[in-house]
Ligand binder design. Structure first.
Ligand code: SAM
Length: 259
């Protein structure tokens, strides 16, 4: 029987093998790597990832794909599939439990939960590398640098823990069924910019700084010690009259450390 794609699960499967090979190769997976793939679908990307990896864990919510996936991956033995909602999984102990040198997340994500997935993996595993295909517009926002129109709260929150690069664009024509947006593959490489700055404190500062997009820092950060913040900003040639979108990640980190 023909597979009925569920739009509600973000089911747009990749049909172009050149793209799946390119994603797997650019991920630079090796036998010391534990890979996590979220949403393997019919296994087109999994087939390329699993043979490169030490071990791969796949999370797929749609149990109708059991037979297809088992068949597509039957020649490999270094993987397991968890048929469940990834967002409901306890993944906090994966690093200790599997004990690989590196953990990568590689996936063509279901677009309706892009941000919750990134947030979950970042907070619960902090993988060494994340290579994901997402909607192009979101890719531009995540990888934006300060001063650009797309630079926002999410760019700073991610940028404090990862160096983010847009790798390549993927036309909507490469999927079945064809979505109404183009996609892009981005690569996030762990950096340690945030160091031991408390994550909660940093996140609250960034949320406040970007709270009203049109307001400057003086207005958005009223409840903080403005004199101290101004001192830090001036050192880097910024001022309280700048908007959050003008300020590099490193300067925000410095502020979070000192307030
Ligand atoms: N990796 C396949 C490919 O590239 O052809 C499929 C990608 S498709 C964009 C997204 C996949 O994520 C679908 O197979 C869908 O069933 C699955 N999915 C959706 N929500 C999920 C969730 N909460 N947890 C795990 N998998 C999910």
């Amino acid at each position: 029987m023909e597979f009925v794609y569920k739009k509600s699960l973000g089911q747009n499967f990749l049909k172009d093998e050149n793209i799946t090979s390119k994603i797997a190769n650019l991920s630079e997976i090796d036998k010391d790597t534990l890979v996590i793939e979220i949403g393997p679908g019919a296994g087109s990307l999994s087939k390329k990832i699993i043979p490169l990896s030490g071990y791969t864990i796949l999370y797929e919510i749609d149990t109708r794909l059991k037979e297809t996936l088992n068949e597509a991956l039957k020649q490999y033995d270094n993987y397991e599939i968890i048929f469940d909602d990834f967002l409901e999984q306890d993944i906090t102990d994966i690093r200790e439990k599997y004990n690989y040198q590196k953990i990568y997340v590689v996936a063509n994500l279901p677009y309706y939960i892009t941000t919750p997935i990134i947030t979950k993996v970042m907070n619960e595993i902090y993988p060494d590398k994340i290579v994901i295909m997402i909607q192009e517009e979101v890719a531009d926002r995540l990888s934006a640098s300060y001063g650009s129109r797309d630079y926002g709260m999410i760019s700073v929150l991610l940028g404090s823990r990862y160096d983010i690069k847009k790798l390549f664009k993927v036309s909507r024509k490469c999927f079945i069924p064809e979505p109404n947006v183009d996609s892009a593959v981005i690569c996030l490489n762990k950096n340690n910019k945030l160091g031991n700055t408390p994550v909660d404190k940093f996140e609250i500062l960034i949320k406040d700084a970007f709270q009203f997009k049109r307001k400057n820092l003086k207005n958005n950060l009223k409840k903080y010690d403005l004199e101290k913040i101004n001192e830090i900003l001036q050192k880097d040639n910024y001022s309280l009259n700048n908007r959050a979108e003008d300020i590099p990640v490193e300067v925000f980190i410095e502020i979070a450390k000192k307030i």
